[in-house]
Design a protein around this ligand. Structure first.
Ligand code: CTP
Length: 214
């Protein structure tokens, strides 16, 4: 079956004023590696990414976004056309309650920033997933497997990659990750410390084998 992949990557930026934003150090490498592997295997792929310093793989449709709201809109639009969603993006959970039109000067000694929640993209689209295979990522520093499992069930996913970002050799913006694949039936696959390209291959293979079972 010729699968159509939808992949999210990178961080989001939530602007406070025209020159300042809230974000995280996600490099986008994981999502770009997934898109590269999907294209290499001859699949259609749409890559939605927050701001990163990477060139999208040739052959995929690239949709650059900035904020969590932009990413939500792009994913919601593309989701009905895909067979597999792989959400590697580090989406900001909060955004400033208001975005100032002009740069804020440091007049006060203290400042309080009011934040509001962004939409949970994965949870929203997974409700309408039908036969699609939906994979999430959980970057965790503690209670890694328990937290990842909770997210898998709360968001209604077919698989989650638990990613231990507490150590300096793995996780955010590094070349490798310490990944454990978790499935709703209780199956666990520990990958150890592996490259993002290796994880990308395994994810595409998991999606391929799930599509064969249908
Ligand atoms: N995610 C999403 N929309 C958000 C936040 C997260 O789609 N607003 C997705 C991420 O892309 C990832 C998964 O949900 O695939 C888990 O993200 P993570 O940040 O680890 O968890 P949270 O949902 O933010 O949960 P918590 O705040 O409990 O860590």
């Amino acid at each position: 079956m010729k699968l159509r992949f939808l992949v999210s990557a990178g961080p989001t930026r939530e602007y406070i004023d025209p020159v300042r934003f809230l974000s995280n150090p996600s490099s986008g490498k994981m999502g770009f590696a997934v898109a590269k592997e999907a294209v290499k295997r001859g699949y259609e792929c749409v890559l939605v990414s927050g701001p990163v310093n990477l060139k999208p793989p040739k052959g995929c449709k690239f949709i650059p976004v900035v904020s969590a709201e932009d990413m939500y809109e792009a994913i919601v639009k593309e989701f009905p056309k895909c067979d597999v969603l792989i959400m590697t993006a580090a989406v900001s959970d909060f955004k400033p309650a208001k975005r100032l039109k002009q740069k804020e000067h440091k007049i006060a000694e203290k400042a309080v920033l009011e934040l509001v929640r962004t939409k949970d993209i994965l949870k929203g689209v997974a409700k309408e997933k039908g036969k699609r295979f939906v994979i999430g990522f959980a970057a965790e520093t503690n209670d890694i497997l328990a937290s990842a499992k909770r997210k898998m069930f709360v968001k209604g996913l077919d698989m989650i990659v638990a990613n231990d970002v507490s150590r300096s050799d793995a996780g955010f913006a590094s070349e490798k990750l310490r990944a454990v694949f978790l499935f709703p039936d209780g199956k666990e696959e520990r990958c150890g410390l592996v490259s993002k390209a290796t994880v990308a291959k395994k994810l595409i293979e998991a999606a391929e084998s799930a599509s064969k079972k249908q």
